[in-house]
Design a binder for this molecule. Structure first.
Ligand code: ZN
Length: 101
């Protein structure tokens, strides 16, 4: 991962290209969650959401107080296990089925 200052972090794909995960900090309680970039991209793709960072900010919320994140930035830290992502291929398939119905 290069220096973040020299890169543009405009979309989730920019993060993936740099092999960075996304650190989202809550605007209220300051809890930070590390999101797995590949799962996040897969999730946005399934929902047919745009992956521009301002859109991502509006789609994410704090699991504790449900506020939106005030700060999104790249990180090389390992992702947290978060309840809103499917945990395995079977669960991903069931999400895909649900969205198609
Ligand atoms: Zn919070």
């Amino acid at each position: 991962m290069g220096s973040p200052a020299n890169l543009r972090w405009r979309t989730l794909n920019d993060y993936r290209r740099q092999q960075a995960n996304l650190a989202a900090t809550c605007g209220k309680c300051r809890r930070t969650a590390i999101l797995d970039i590949n799962k996040l991209i897969h999730w946005f793709f399934l929902q047919q959401w745009n992956d521009a960072i301002p859109v991502v900010e509006r789609r994410l919320y704090c699991v504790k107080c449900r506020r939106r994140p005030s700060d999104l930035k790249p990180t090389t830290q390992a992702p947290d296990h978060l309840p809103f992502f499917p945990r395995n291929d079977m669960e991903w398939r069931s999400v895909i089925r649900r969205l198609r119905d």
